[in-house]
Design a binder for this molecule. Structure first.
Ligand SMILES: C[S@@+](CC[C@H](N)C(=O)[O-])C[C@H]1O[C@@H](n2cnc3c(N)ncnc32)[C@H](O)[C@@H]1O
Length: 267
């Protein structure tokens, strides 16, 4: 029996009002309630879930993310009032507070992909490092020389520092600040721009730290990939090497990554 059927059986609620998917981080289960009827029954749904998953200690309802720090809106609907967990993925530990910091399960394949493309001795700049989503797996699994990991949100930055420590990583240099204002960065072999929307406004900052051959992993969302390609085509010193669809972002928009190669120096 699937999640939704079991939940319907345990709650005695109509199956069509119940959520069909969920996401587990540490011992917290996060889910979206699909309609007002389900929201009215959130307490009952949460308690049933605690019984279905004995290792789950807290059930949270996700209500979206907002702002430049992508802060999640989360409500505890059952269990312990504890939202800080350690999530294990790709052989790494990620500590975060799910009520303050987002984690995108849909980015998993791209996080994994980055491990396979980063090459020995590279200098990498992670312009939107968050808690270390991209840079920690790269540092753990590859032989890059150094990763400069920039994060503007002090809450995420604290977790970034802690995750560097708890994964015993010595070649990530965490930097608190806006990636457009960081001084004295070296020219990078690889730049990760894991942020959206309107990533284009950060591209000049990426180009300042680029050299011939730099690869920029440029994330953005759009209803149409050709719009993103057109915006990039205005930069004559950039070549689109590859495009990947990361996930459905909303009913009308998808999250893409464009791998851009810098053809010549930009300054
Ligand atoms: C949403 S996260 C990326 C999510 C992540 N890729 C994942 O796998 O779940 C983007 C990060 O960029 C940070 N950020 C936003 N604007 C920034 C800026 N101007 N400079 C540096 N960091 C910034 C946010 O605080 C956030 O931690």
């Amino acid at each position: 029996m699937g999640f939704k059927d079991t939940l319907a059986e345990k709650t005695k609620l109509p199956i069509d009002i119940l959520p069909s998917s969920y996401h587990i981080l540490g011992n917290i289960l996060l889910l979206k309630l699909p309609n007002k009827k389900a929201m009215r029954e959130k307490g009952k749904i949460g308690l049933a879930i605690l019984k279905m998953f004995p290792y789950i200690k807290t059930v949270c309802m996700q209500k979206g993310v907002s702002g430049e720090f992508r802060k999640p809106k989360v409500e505890i609907i059952a269990g312990l009032k504890k939202t800080e967990i350690t999530h294990h993925e790709l052989g790494c530990k990620f500590k975060l507070d799910v009520s303050k910091i987002m984690w995108s399960k849909g980015n998993h394949a791209e996080r994994q992909h980055m491990i396979h493309v980063a090459k020995p001795h590279e200098i990498v700049v992670d312009m939107f490092a968050g808690i270390g989503y991209w840079c920690i797996p790269i540092a753990r699994h590859t032989k890059v020389r150094e990763i400069f990991a920039i994060e503007k949100n002090p809450v995420s930055f604290k977790y970034l520092q802690e995750n560097i420590r708890q994964n015993y990583i010595s070649n990530i240099i965490p930097i608190l600040g806006d990636c457009r204002n960081v001084k004295d960065l070296p020219k990078a072999d690889r730049i990760i721009m894991g942020y959206f929307p309107n990533t284009i406004k950060f591209l000049p900052a990426a180009l300042k730290i680029s050299k011939k051959g730099t690869i920029i992993h440029y994330h953005d969302i759009s209803s149409d990939i050709s719009k993103l390609k057109k915006a990039i085509s205005k930069y004559k010193n950039l070549k689109i090497k590859e495009v990947r669809e990361v996930k459905e972002y909303s009913p009308s928009k998808k999250h893409y990554v464009l791998d851009l190669q810098v053809l010549n120096t930009c300054e």
